[in-house]
Design a protein around this ligand. Structure first.
Ligand SMILES: Cc1cc2nc3c(=O)[nH]c(=O)nc-3n(C[C@H](O)[C@H](O)[C@H](O)COP(=O)(O)OP(=O)(O)OC[C@H]3O[C@@H](n4cnc5c(N)ncnc54)[C@H](O)[C@@H]3O)c2cc1C
Ligand code: SF4
Length: 573
């Protein structure tokens, strides 16, 4: 039952209100608090501190179902998610007929940065100008060179390991040393060398050396459970708690933003939110509002911020809020490598993620028009002898077809660690059929209208998925392995469902023209100069590079711009 909403104002006026505490909200709160601004952060979820709440050191037998995934905990019991996943209780979303969108949300301080994969790749120069390269999609209003100094700052703060490689459109960063490859990763590299596919040390936001007083990783491979020693990037441990130490950042958890409140002059003057604990509505006043509730939630807040001056929602004079939503293209193949059978037991834990990966290698062929699809993908892969979970026979049942007792045990021991899985992460070209809008018929537990999604892949993405399938089979075959896939032409080569890769970007894009974009090149709303966005909503394209490092760099740049504009008194009424 929805409680009686009571609107309560707070007299204080903050310099900045930041909505959301994930990668985008964390960086804005960090940079602005350290610059001296009085910041109020609103976070819809509860307080979370991985150094106190991580399940990193627990055993599967400490968990229900030995930690196996369930409807409520699809990625396993130890998923470092207070509330959320594919379903958030009381907060539905809907799909238009024909759409099969999935939406992963985490309601907690730090959002999805508590359990994300930490893959941290810079976008390259081509990625900012895709339209200029192949005539599809749109160009960003900024270049790689303009963002590069902010990638430097983001990497130096959060800590990213990697190696300088000088590969086309795969910029090197300010790297910590990379961990050594595991046995199966070395094998994959040898096969890739033969196939002329680059296979290089991965780039992950995990400390292989202590920096900024944070401990180095001790290689327990459990990053998905949150790190109890703060050795991987997570927004609370790296952005928010250090910012709170300045005394300039106040964090309000369980604060579900409903709308940005606009004054008669058309400027933002605060944010109205539901205090989930009292179920009352509160308005917090601020001179500047930064939205970072995650790409689609930010679009939702903008669309719900209706007023007589902005009847279609705030910052929406172009009609583009919610439009050109993108995810990443995914397709998978599993492999079994007999050459790895019966190896002596060894510790392959390492960091909580891959130590090697393959960046896209076909830029030249694509430019020459010799590829059947636009844009590229990189390859992520996993395998080895990690900690087994419940009912986990490491895929051996696919080969054994079952078994009993001693013989089964012997077989599983022999085959454990001989599996390897490949997955592509590819660029989607934005299209007009993919967007989110307010559902006129559905509200959430708090009475706030929810999003309805529309989503379509184009032939570019489907043919990219086919190429992934062919490549993975080639690599596995080159290692003398067997491959397993359910992908066929009928299921579009196993292409992932929209949203399934959890890289949603682009619902309030930046641009050079207020008629064709929501935000200007500083992620400032064209229609409301004291309103900014620092999550993935401003993205103009969705390069194959996982988005979070770019959210951090772009958010840092936007926050420095805000601080500069405040000094110049350009944001006041
Ligand atoms: C399992 C998993 C693996 C991933 N792996 C990678 C990876 O390896 N590399 C990579 O780059 N990306 C990865 N991602 C994606 C990455 O997590 C996101 O890109 C990133 O967290 C987005 O940051 P954000 O700040 O936009 O949103 P979030 O991290 O989702 O944070 C948004 C915050 O805003 C809050 N919020 C939402 N609505 C409101 C509201 N109305 N009022 C107040 N607060 C609100 C939410 O509760 C949340 O805390 C992964 C994601 C998952 C789930
Ligand atoms: S692998 Fe390293 S960074 Fe990840 S949880 Fe373990 S100690 Fe922390």
């Amino acid at each position: 039952m929805v409680g009686m909403a009571q609107v309560r104002g707070t007299p204080k006026t903050y310099d900045v209100i930041v909505v959301g505490s994930g990668a985008g909200g964390g960086v804005a709160a960090h940079v602005l608090s350290l610059a001296g601004a009085k910041v109020c952060m609103l976070e819809a979820g509860g307080f979370y501190d991985g150094t106190k709440q991580s399940d990193m050191f627990k055993w599967p037998y400490n968990a229900p179902h030995r930690g196996a995934g369930t409807h409520a905990k699809p990625f396993g019991y130890f998923d470092a998610t207070l509330v959320g996943g594919w379903h958030v209780p009381g907060e539905p979303y809907t799909n238009a007929p024909g759409t099969d969108w999935m939406w992963w949300r985490a309601r907690m301080l730090g959002g999805r940065t508590n359990h994300y994969g930490r893959i941290s790749l810079r976008m390259g120069p081509y990625d900012f100008k895709p339209y200029s390269r192949d005539g599809k999609g749109f160009d960003w209003p900024i270049t790689y060179e303009e963002l590069a100094p902010y990638y430097d700052k983001a990497e130096e703060l959060i800590g990213v390991f990697g190696t300088p490689e000088g590969i086309e459109n795969t910029p090197d960063g300010k790297f910590l040393p990379a961990p050594a490859p595991r046995a199966y990763e070395r094998l994959v590299k040898l096969a890739c060398d033969r196939l002329k596919i680059p296979c290089i040390p991965s780039r992950l936001a995990i400390l292989t050396r202590s920096i900024h007083g944070r401990a180095a990783c001790h290689y327990c491979a459990q990053c998905g459970r949150a790190c109890g020693v703060n050795a991987n990037f997570n927004s609370p441990g790296v952005h928010i708690f250090p910012a709170m130490k300045t005394g300039n950042l106040e964090v309000r958890t369980d604060a579900m933003a409903r709308e940005v409140v606009v004054g008669p002059d058309g400027l933002a003057r605060g944010v109205s939110y539901i205090d989930k604990k009292t179920r009352g509505e509160v308005t917090v006043n601020g001179k500047i509002v930064v939205l970072a509730a995650s790409c689609c939630e930010t679009a939702r807040i903008l669309l719900n911020s209706k007023s007589s001056r902005f009847p279609d929602g705030l910052a929406n004079s172009s009609g583009l809020v919610g439009r050109y939503l993108m995810d990443t293209v995914g397709s998978d193949v599993d492999g079994y490598l007999p050459v790895l059978e019966d190896l002596p037991p060894r510790n392959e834990d390492g960091v909580g993620g891959m130590h090697m990966y393959m960046p896209w290698w076909n830029y030249k062929r694509q430019k020459a028009g010799r590829m059947p699809f636009a844009r590229g993908y990189h390859i992520e892969f996993g395998g080895g002898r990690g900690q087994p979970g419940a009912g986990d026979f490491d895929g051996t049942e696919r080969i054994l077809g079952g078994g009993y007792g001693l013989e089964l045990k012997r077989n599983v021991r022999r085959m454990y660690g001989a599996q390897v899985g490949f997955t592509g992460r590819g660029e989607m070209v934005p299209n007009a059929d993919s967007y989110c809008e307010l559902d006129p018929h559905t509200v959430d537990e708090w009475g706030i209208p929810v999003l309805r999604f529309h989503f379509k892949w184009s032939q570019d993405e489907i043919l990219q998925a086919k190429h992934m399938q062919d490549t993975f089979k080639e690599i596995i075959t080159a290692m003398g392995g067997k491959y397993f896939t359910e992908a066929t032409a009928e299921n579009n080569w196993g292409i992932s469902r929209g949203g399934a890769i959890i890289h949603e970007v682009g619902a309030a894009r930046m641009g050079a023209d207020p008629k064709t974009s929501v935000l200007n090149s500083n992620c400032q709303a064209w229609d409301c100069k004291n309103l900014f966005v620092t999550d993935a909503a401003p993205f103009v394209s969705n390069a194959d590079k996982n988005p979070t490092l770019t959210i951090s760099a772009l958010g840092w740049r936007t926050s420095e711009y805000i601080a500069d504009q405040v000094k110049k008194r350009n944001l006041a009424a």
